[in-house]
Write a protein that binds this ligand. Structure first.
Ligand code: FE2
Length: 187
């Protein structure tokens, strides 16, 4: 079978087309999902340096593309074994495709109306493990936790409507009921 040579630059061209033609986040995500899967499986774009992780943060954030206004941000994220994120939203649409290894997503349902600054009431809403070529997507206010429960570094391809450090998104502590700004460190 011929190898599918879908490149990062072709993906960016396709993202621009989708963004220009589609306004609704749900519709954007439905169009991006199969393309993210295709790029995640083609792997020609993967560079060994994308496996670098930040020891303190627990994962490595490698920016592959963003537009000058920070929209259409594409990242490779590498995850250290037994590390992950706090619960968080994205403040923009998000499409995540597995590249190497299995990553566990825990989903949260927000019960409060967000009217009290710094406060959030979250309820556990299921979990699922995503492997290479599997895609999970989120609307701007949807909340999840990512965890690498394996004993090897994992890699996934993340695409966002806007660079996640420019959306004013939050991280959450479900036990304490808090919401605070969430900025990630880039490699
Ligand atoms: Fe996320």
């Amino acid at each position: 079978m011929a190898k599918d040579l879908y490149t990062l630059s072709q993906y960016v061209v396709d993202l621009r087309t989708i963004a220009a033609e589609t306004q609704d986040d749900e519709a954007v995500v439905e169009r991006v999902r199969p393309l993210a899967r295709r790029l995640a499986l083609s792997k020609d774009w993967v560079d060994p340096r994308y496996y670098t992780c930040d020891e303190e943060q627990g994962f490595g954030v490698h920016l592959l593309h963003e537009e000058p206004d920070h929209t259409l941000a594409v990242f490779a994220l590498a995850w250290l074994p037994n590390r992950g994120t706090p619960a968080h939203d994205h403040g923009t649409w998000a499409v995540v495709a597995g590249v190497e290894g299995d990553e566990r997503n825990t989903f949260w349902k927000r019960l409060d109306d967000g009217s009290r600054p710094g406060h959030a009431e979250l309820k556990h809403n299921g979990e699922r493990v995503y492997g290479p070529g599997e895609v999970v997507s989120f609307l701007p206010s949807e909340i999840h936790t990512v965890w690498n429960h394996t004993d090897a570094i994992t890699l996934s391809l993340h695409t966002y409507g806007k660079h996640i450090n420019f959306t004013g998104r939050s991280k959450f502590d479900p036990e304490r009921g808090t919401a605070t700004p969430y900025i990630v460190k880039e490699e």
